[in-house]
Design a binder for this molecule. Structure first.
Ligand code: SF4
Length: 80
């Protein structure tokens, strides 16, 4: 089991769990400024370490559109 890849904004953390990801690419279509599909490995690459308020809606859509439940957006806690 691999730890999720995480990127953060000041208030939230996005987790990408590659153990669950099936490479459907929905996240790339929903938020192309945040995700790119690596064609060799068929898994998404996170393009940014942070996101702007304007990109938040597309990011939430990517999380909602992931059929594998591989993406999670959560509030940042004291541990990060
Ligand atoms: S939508 Fe989900 S399953 Fe599809 S590539 Fe993105 S993270 Fe992986």
């Amino acid at each position: 089991m691999t730890d999720p890849i995480t990127v953060s904004s000041p208030s939230e953390v996005l987790e990408l769990d590659l153990d669950k990801c099936n490479g459907y690419g929905n996240c790339v279509f929903a938020a192309p400024e945040m995700f790119e599909l690596d064609l060799a490995s068929n898994v998404p690459i996170l393009l940014k370490a942070e996101w702007s308020d304007g990109e938040r809606e597309a990011l939430a859509a990517a999380v909602a559109d992931c059929p594998a439940g591989a993406l999670r957006l959560r509030k940042r806690d004291a541990l990060g």
